[in-house]
Design a protein around this ligand. Structure first.
Ligand code: BES
Ligand code: MN
Ligand code: ZN
Length: 538
């Protein structure tokens, strides 16, 4: 079992998404999804023709208070001659004018939960829109695909028990009455499924335990991705880190039997010579705290301390599959943080690649140590933007709770772009200040800087620490410590690892216009240019 998982490190929801023109009522499927808006008898989007035939049923459910169309509400029904599908599933979208992509992802995710329970193999759904909020048909279709696929996700690679003999969903058909929309919808479905696949890769990586998702195995996966997608992958070993002087990264790895890796994955979709976007992801495959050992309660959750690195790998996979016209390089400093006779100790001083020295007051503040060297190294490629993403501080949960990613940066345009991408994906960010007085908290008596900043403003002092290692490079930092793991399921996210950051980074990259169009690729495939994001005027 373990070796199976090791060779894969990824599970897959495999559902064929297709678009067809026709009438919803006569579409054959095991289940037909019917979107409804609160307080309206007219059904939205391509469900509209069913408004009349379904009116008695809807009125009845409304009267009993069983189904009002409130967001994320579900209700099963018999088709009773209204539709050819075997069952109907009503799904609420709330008020029509308030519908966003996130509303749709959540409704589809909720529906996916029900679909999974019923063991349905083929569903049909109308295109939710146009006419919902400000959404274009393609935005609606993309959100539908993402919500459905992400809502179907389960991590069960290690369950050997036979599963209940239910069928799982293999096919989903989008039905639209407007033939001209077909290519747009099909393109949006494909886009959405690439995005969902990436987020699920990030979830898988976080969910795999640390005995499987080791630095070496993650490096192996990066090499596999590179081979599949024609990317360049380089893995730096400990000897090279030492030769270069990355003693902060090497210092964290000292307690572990697993060799550290600095994994680099490069996708070139932009012009040759165009500065890349550098993405640095914290990849601590397990964080015990080191000699500053963590308490044992909930320590198992520290297998997800590589969620930043997972988001970076996932985003690069998606960038390549979407053929985005950008150059991107991912950097994953990967190691365990373990206590042992060889582990670094509180009070140790390490020299970094940048030349600055760090006093390690607390070995549990290890993320910023490995990022210090990785950021300095990444800055050497002279990126247009430098972004790091990390499960960095417990303080992030205290400050922002579990619904916002902490955001700190030195480049207002970059920060603004990350905010926008967060709004669009539902992976929202909230900016914190990087003011000068915070730097006083990380002054060391004996070295250039110390790795902890005391009790107050932990997200910010961690960000201030990182900023010392990026030089003049326009940089932003994303703290996903409080959003990478949830204890209560959400509409399209089961409890456990969320894969947060993957969709945010993909959306950010897809909004980059770079210096121009990518050149036509050489080689056999004439269609190998960048994928155009499907967008209809309305
Ligand atoms: N990986 C943790 C941060 C974390 C904590 C993520 C809880 C998810 C849930 C990080 O390495 C860490 O231990 N940070 C310390 C820093 C402190 C010692 C300054 C923390 O937040 O307690
Ligand atoms: Mn730690
Ligand atoms: Zn950590």
């Amino acid at each position: 079992m373990a070796s199976d998982a090791r060779s894969a490190l990824r599970s897959r929801v495999s559902v064929r998404l297709e678009a067809t023109a026709g009438a919803l009522g006569s579409t054959a499927a095991d289940l037909l999804l019917i979107p409804c808006c609160e307080g309206e008898s007219t059904l939205p989007g391509d469900a509209k023709p069913l408004s009349k035939p379904l009116a008695p049923l809807l009125a009845d459910r409304l009267e009993r208070g069983e189904f009002t169309g409130k967001a994320n509400q579900l209700s099963l029904a018999e088709p009773r001659g209204v539709a050819s599908a075997k069952r109907l599933l009503l799904v609420g979208l709330g008020k029509r004018t308030a519908v966003t992509a996130e509303t749709i992802r959540q409704a589809m995710g909720k529906a996916a939960g029900q679909i999974k329970m019923l063991g349905v193999a083929h569903i049909a759904t109308p295109l939710f829109g146009p006419g919902l909020g400000a959404l274009t048909p393609s935005a609606a279709a993309q959100a539908q695909a993402e919500g459905l696929l992400l809502g179907l996700y389960d991590f069960n690679l290690y369950k050997t028990e036979a599963k209940p003999p239910v069928k799982s969903l293999t096919r989903a058909t989008w039905v639209t009455s407007d033939k001209r929309l077909l290519p747009i919808v099909q393109g949006a479905l494909e886009w959405g499924s690439i995005v969902a696949d990436a987020a699920m890769l990030a979830r898988d990586l976080g969910n795999h335990p640390s005995n499987i998702a080791t630095p070496s195995n993650i490096a192996e996966l990066a090499r596999t991705l590179a081979a599949e997608l024609k990317l360049r992958c380089t893995v730096m070993e400990r000897a090279e880190m030492e030769r270069l002087g990355m003693w902060a990264l090497v210092g964290v790895a000292r307690g572990s039997q697993e060799p550290p890796k600095l994994i680099m994955l490069e996708y070139k979709g932009g012009r040759a010579g165009e500065p890349p976007i550098a993405l640095v992801g914290k990849t601590i495959t397990f964080d015990t705290g080191g000699i500053s050992l963590k308490p044992s309660e909930n320590m198992e959750q520290m297998k997800d301390d590589m969620s930043g690195g997972a988001a970076v790998l996932a985003a690069i996979q998606a960038a390549a599959r979407l053929k985005l016209p950008v150059n991107v390089i991912g950097f994953l400093p990967a190691t365990e943080n373990m206590p042992s006779g060889t582990a670094q100790k509180p009070g140790d001083i390490v020299k970094t690649l940048s030349g600055l020295t760090i006093e390690v007051i607390n070995t549990d503040a290890e993320g910023r140590l490995i990022l210090a060297d990785a950021l300095t190294y990444a800055a050497r490629v002279k990126p247009k933007w430098l972004i790091d993403i990390a499960t960095l501080t417990g303080a992030c949960g205290v400050a922002l709770g579990k619904h916002a990613i902490g955001l700190i940066g030195t480049a207002p345009k970059l920060v603004a772009a990350l905010k926008e991408a967060g709004e669009a994906t539902g992976e929202r960010t909230w900016e914190m200040p990087l003011w000068e007085p915070y730097y006083d908290q990380i002054k060391s008596n004996v070295a250039d800087v110390q790795n902890v900043g005391g009790r107050y403003g932990g997200v910010i002092t961690a960000g201030a620490f990182l900023s010392k290692f990026v030089g003049d490079t326009p940089w932003a930092h994303l703290d996903i410590a409080s959003t990478a793991w949830i204890d209560e399921p959400r509409p399209y996210t089961p409890k456990g690892v969320t894969g947060v950051g993957a969709r945010l980074l993909i959306e950010f990259l897809s909004r980059q216009r770079g210096g121009g169009k990518a050149p036509p690729r050489s080689g056999k495939r004439a269609s190998a240019g960048p994928k155009k994001r499907p967008r209809a005027k309305r």
